[in-house]
Design a protein around this ligand. Structure first.
Ligand SMILES: Cc1ncc(COP(=O)(O)O)c(C=O)c1O
Length: 384
């Protein structure tokens, strides 16, 4: 039996066919598949702009540059986070404030965000960066109201949440529509709901921000409309373009987003059914009006016995199941934060000590799901 990872891509023959077709085009970058992919994303998410880029990390860099993040700017984000956005902010010299999270969902909440602002007496905030851990959108409107109150930007690090929707006035709205944010960033890494190999997209409804993302993504070069040989450099930029080969794959995957998410939802329901009987496990309660992307399946261990999480990891690994941490709190990396009192983040510590994510992906067969449930229950029998 092969190892069961926590996530992986699903590639079918149609994906392979479209990539071969893209390879036969005269332009294999900046060509028709890039445009098609971006247009389809815009159409699905109902955003005015969708700009593809080489990764979610590149997208976050572009978003932060687009809002003109400068040295000393104040940025707030959750303490339980992937390293990408934190690193970029720090590299740009921003002052990053980490907000504590909900102990079960691992997400920053309006309460922990407000506490972070008040405790640190923050006044002039440049941007709040939300993150829907595991692809479960929570508190969108509340975050938007806080953004309005502090007159700052709101960037959604929605790298886990492509295809997720939230409820607003009886309507289900896609994350990335940017109806309640300035910019949203997604990743198309292979473990995500859809993949383009590597890749990402930035969405916004703001023409100015979109033009900045577009400019910075391609060396800050501005070309003359009817004279392709004439161009000017407007500012320092990057090459964060996504090729047509990647976009062709992304385009084909996009057409299967509903199927992928429905299957992930089914796995989620199966886990819920089996694991809710296990009194040693707590499942985070999400807002059931929203429609998640089900990128991760998070569980929290009730019985806070020493090293139980570590033992469970090892037990699962011995049985060829690769559970994962999402994530080690940012403040725990000594490279970033030298002297930090972990007690400032009681809920993040609770989350870190008790939570882990179990395999969830389109190719996870029912047989393997049952195998995972059985192994987990077997493990807990020894802890009664
Ligand atoms: C929350 C979050 N933000 C940003 C990223 C970066 O995305 P990418 O790997 O496409 O650069 C990831 C990647 O997994 C992520 O999980």
């Amino acid at each position: 039996m092969n190892f069961i990872p926590y996530g992986r891509q699903h590639i079918d023959n149609q994906d392979i066919k479209i990539v071969s077709k893209a390879l036969k085009q005269s332009l294999i970058t900046t060509g028709i598949y890039v445009k098609k992919f971006e247009n389809q994303i815009k159409k699905l998410l109902q955003s005015k702009f969708a700009i593809s880029c080489s990764s979610g990390t590149a997208g976050l860099h572009l978003a932060l540059k687009a809002i003109n993040t400068q040295k000393g700017d104040i940025i707030i984000m959750p303490a339980i986070n992937f390293v990408a956005v934190y690193s970029i902010c720090k590299m740009q010299g921003a002052k990053v404030f980490l907000a504590d999270v909900d102990p079960l969902t691992g997400q920053m909440t309006p309460k922990t965000l407000t506490e972070c602002i008040q405790k640190n007496k923050l006044k002039k905030i440049k941007s709040i960066i939300t993150m829907y851990l595991g692809g479960y959108p929570e508190n969108i409107i509340e975050f938007y109201n806080i953004k309005k109150k502090y007159k700052c930007f709101l960037i959604e690090d929605a790298c886990h949440a492509f295809g997720a929707k939230y409820k607003f006035k009886n309507k289900n709205i896609y994350i990335g529509s940017c109806k309640h944010s300035d910019l949203a960033v997604f990743s198309f890494h292979p473990v995500k709901t859809i993949t383009s190999g590597e890749g990402g997209v930035v969405t916004t409804n703001n023409k100015f921000l979109a033009s900045r993302v577009l400019l910075l993504k391609s060396h800050g070069i501005k070309r003359k409309k009817n004279k392709h040989w004439e161009y000017n450099i407007k500012e320092f930029g990057f090459n964060y373009r996504l090729s047509d080969i990647n976009c062709a794959l992304g385009l084909r995957q996009l057409s299967k987003i509903k199927k992928f998410i429905n299957y992930r939802h089914q796995i989620y329901k199966n886990y819920q059914k089996f694991l809710s009987k296990n009194i040693q496990i707590i499942l985070p309660a999400y807002n059931n009006k929203n429609e998640p992307a089900f990128h991760l399946f998070l569980i929290s261990l009730k019985n806070n016995k020493k090293l139980i999480k570590e033992k469970l990891f090892n037990f699962l690994k011995t049985n060829k199941i690769l559970a994962q941490y999402h994530y080690i709190p940012i403040y725990r990396f000594t490279f970033f934060e030298k002297k930090i009192n972990y007690n400032q983040f009681p809920n993040s510590e609770h989350y870190f000590k008790n939570s882990l994510s179990l395999p969830i992906f389109y190719n996870l067969s029912l047989k393997n799901q049952i195998y995972i449930f059985k192994k987990i229950n077997l493990f807990f029998k020894s802890f009664k």
